[in-house]
Design a protein around this ligand. Structure first.
Ligand SMILES: [Zn+2]
Length: 150
């Protein structure tokens, strides 16, 4: 886990309007360090590994991009649709700039879906940050497990 100072600096940039209009924290009152710690604990309990989850989210994105905006069925299990907002977003931790896109992955069997972006994948993989509760791009560990089937 990154130290608290880094989380504090990033936190200011995660507020509403700094990088995106909606910000990254939703209505979650917890400090970022606490959100990260709680999600790391949840990942451990569920047997999820950040790198493996990130690789699967990337694989589904890459498969979905073949649809050029139309939904694509992947492995008979998921319906994946990707959209490109033609912009770039900096990581709030200040270590890179990412494609502004959205990726929508829906289980064919249950209908449950995940919505994420290139920046969400980076935040998950490099910072273990899944965004605050109530954020439109929050990746809930239980939902990750069910939707990816990991
Ligand atoms: Zn970063």
């Amino acid at each position: 886990m990154k130290d608290t100072i880094q989380h504090k600096e990033a936190e200011a940039r995660m507020r509403t309007g700094a990088i995106t209009a909606q910000g990254f924290l939703g209505d979650d009152p917890r400090p970022v360090a606490e959100i990260v710690e709680a999600d790391e604990g949840e990942f451990r309990r569920l047997g999820l590994v950040f790198e493996i989850v990130a690789a699967e989210l990337e694989r589904l994105r890459d498969a979905g991009e073949g649809g050029l905006g139309e939904p694509v069925t992947v492995d008979g299990k998921w319906l994946v649709q990707t959209g490109d907002a033609r912009g770039r977003l900096p990581c709030p931790y200040g270590d890179g700039i990412h494609h502004k896109n959205s990726i929508w992955v829906r289980r064919v069997d249950s209908g449950e879906a995940l919505v994420y972006s290139d920046l969400s994948i980076h935040l998950l993989k490099e910072h273990h940050f899944l965004q605050g509760r109530g954020s439109g791009f929050r990746l809930e560990p239980h939902a990750i497990k069910r939707v990816l089937g990991l």
